[in-house]
Design a protein around this ligand. Structure first.
Ligand code: SAM
Length: 292
């Protein structure tokens, strides 16, 4: 028999009352109570029984339950000890779901993948993320080069828009470049705050990040590439030449202008107009000149 769906207003309120659970704002606890949204999130991950799902922050299991229907194996990492017994109860009839108590930012994810996902072909991260740590969590997943097929997450709408932004607009910045270096982003849907208990005071969106087989651009030194990207956005109103001068020193200002021009990049442009490839052109030119 299929267990009653957790992600409805009635059932969520019942569970909260039954266990005397109180929400911790500091842990970003906003639980989903809309079955349509839950279905849309899970559908976007394109799971099947040959695949695994890692959920970060399962709460009382609304999304976990849906993931268990679709994926061959589900691992859910929850920081709040008070939720662990609730999750074990709610998910009792799902033997292929593992609940782990821990802080995802502190876990050794490579080891977790070896332990939990050695028998599945591909893994997705699917989560309604705690908004206070969205970016650190996503950057950890990407920088550790985990064998992921895609990441489908509910996050703050503005952050989703920044991740998916193309050059030329005010939303495009170092986060857009960092995410697009590793993934192809796609906004799945915008979500009103009425589908959560308690309601957050920001709008939300579901974003799908499909991992690239190789990064979007080829660079000799990733750390240097990202230093150039960060440096180019230090002060958004400033030109590229002005922002990058702080990386090479005032005495090299003229050489910098010449190097940018010789690389086919107008030094008076602003960072927000540059493509991922143009940042790579600058990084390569800097390294060739010995500006590490
Ligand atoms: N997945 C549930 C849902 O959609 O209803 C709950 C989502 S709620 C937005 C975020 C969840 O992440 C909470 O259960 C919170 O306790 C948990 N959480 C917060 N920080 C975490 C961390 N660093 N590691 C793991 N879980 C975390």
């Amino acid at each position: 028999m299929k267990a009653a769906e957790v992600g409805t207003p009635k059932r969520t309120k019942e569970i909260i009352a039954k266990y005397g659970f109180s929400f911790k704002k500091s842990l970003g606890q906003n639980f989903l109570i809309d079955q349509n949204i839950l279905h849309n999130i899970v559908a976007a991950a394109e799971l099947d029984k040959s695949k695994g799902a890692l959920e970060i922050g399962p709460g009382i299991g609304a999304l976990t339950q849906q993931l268990a229907e679709e994926a061959g194996t589900v691992t859910a990492v929850e920081i709040d000890q008070r939720l662990i017994p609730i999750l074990r109860d709610v998910l009792a009839e799902q033997p292929h779901v593992e609940v782990i108590h821990g802080d995802v930012l502190k876990l050794d994810l490579k080891q977790l993948f070896q332990e939990q996902f050695s028998k599945v072909e591909r893994v997705s991260v699917v989560a309604n993320l705690p908004y206070y740590v969205t970016t650190p969590i996503l950057m950890k997943l990407l920088e550790e080069r985990l064998p992921l097929e895609n990441i489908v997450v509910m996050i703050q709408k503005e952050v989703a828009q920044r991740m998916a932004a193309k050059p030329g607009g005010k939303e495009y910045g170092s986060l857009s470049v960092a995410v697009q270096y590793y993934c192809e982003p796609k906004l799945v849907c915008i979500v009103p705050h009425t589908v959560f208990i308690p309601q957050p005071n920001v709008d939300s969106a579901v974003i799908k990040l499909t991992l690239r087989d190789t990064p979007a651009v080829e660079v000799p030194d990733e750390d240097h590439y990202f230093r150039i990207v960060q440096g180019s956005f230090t002060q958004r109103r400033k030109t590229l030449a002005n922002n990058l001068t702080s990386l090479v020193g005032k005495e090299n200002r003229e050489a910098l202008t010449e190097l940018l021009t010789a690389s086919g990049i107008d030094p008076t442009r602003r960072g927000e107009t540059l493509s991922l490839e143009e940042f790579a052109v600058i990084s390569r030119a800097f390294l060739a000149k010995g500006w590490g």
